[in-house]
Design a protein around this ligand. Structure first.
Ligand code: CP
Length: 299
């Protein structure tokens, strides 16, 4: 049994193995997960993660049981703990995909689960499968991961996709990272320490001038309203970095714009039609990567 809890547990060999399998999809008519059941337990909203995991299971012949809005529609509302819920659900499914608002919730679930638990986002902690699909996107759209220059922009304090992506990038050579955020939304000390420990070159800035022109990847993120203590703090931070056609025109040839989605206003809709905009394609790659991951864990 293998739980997927954090980007830190992956090494380069495992990442490449998952990508090699993802490259083989779609395969028609193959059902390697026939007879297996995936339970998706989502205590926070989701479009991409839940639906792509469920699609990945169904496309490989498996079945799905699902609770969305679990805080209100499961027995959590009667006071059942996460641990007790997992102790029940692991009898019904071969794998559990869990999203929860609390950092560390997936690890708590894994500690009592008899089947693999996949962390589909734990508060402002980690989102490791998003990071895998982000890396897969870079590999496909840029053609390489070693040597890339990436700028992560926005709410880096709360953005769990950035936390996990930076963790995976530590396995690649000569990667250069620029972290662009308002002063109040800087990345946490834990992630900074990880980058330092792995000798990843990084700098922190509050403006993207001079970075847009040099980066291979602009990884734009949403200011996460739901994680702010006060509406006032959110109002101050929102709209700090809005990528329009004007900013896109400053990007170097071949550079791409990524976003884990959903977006609010940080990428103008006019950018969607530009060749640099790969964020919807990125969401599509998520299906292939999650198909490969499920095959690895259950196949
Ligand atoms: N990127 C991402 O996690 O999207 P959802 O919240 O829609 O799952």
């Amino acid at each position: 049994m293998e739980h997927i809890l954090s980007a830190e547990q992956f090494d380069r060999k495992t990442i490449e193995e998952i990508f090699t399998v993802a490259d083989t999809f779609p395969k028609s008519g193959e059902t390697p997960l026939s007879g297996k059941i995936l339970a998706s337990l989502f205590y926070e909203p989701s479009t991409r993660t839940r639906l792509s995991f469920e699609s990945a299971m169904l496309r490989q012949g498996g079945g799905v049981i699902s609770v969305e809005n679990a805080n209100d529609s499961s027995s959590a509302i009667k006071g059942e703990t996460l641990e007790d819920t997992i102790r029940v659900v692991h009898h019904y499914a071969d794998i559990i995909v869990l999203r929860h608002p609390e950092r560390g919730a997936a690890a708590r679930a894994a500690a009592v689960s008899q089947v693999p638990v996949i962390n589909a986002g734990d508060g402002a902690g980690q989102h490791p499968t998003q990071a895998l699909l982000d890396l897969y996107t870079i590999r496909h759209e840029i053609g390489k991961i070693d040597g890339i220059r990436i700028a992560c922009v926005g709410d880096l304090r709360n953005g769990r996709t950035v936390h996990s992506l930076l963790g995976l990038l530590t396995h690649y050579d000569d990667v250069s990272v620029t972290l662009i955020s308002p002063e109040t939304l800087r990345i946490g000390d834990d992630i900074r320490a990880t980058l330092t420990e792995h000798h990843v070159m990084f700098e922190e800035m509050t403006a993207w001038d001079g970075v847009l022109e040099k980066a291979d990847v602009i990884y734009q993120t949403r200011i996460q309203k739901e994680r702010f203590g006060s509406a006032e703090e959110y109002e101050k931070a929102k709209g700090t970095y809005v990528l329009t056609q004007k900013e896109a025109a400053r990007m170097k040839k071949g550079a791409i714009i990524m976003h884990p989605l959903p977006r609010v206003d940080e990428i103008a809709p006019e950018v969607d039609a530009l060749p640099q905009a790969v964020y919807f394609k990125q969401a599509g790659y998520g299906l292939l990567v999650r198909m490969a991951l499920l095959q690895r864990l259950l196949g």
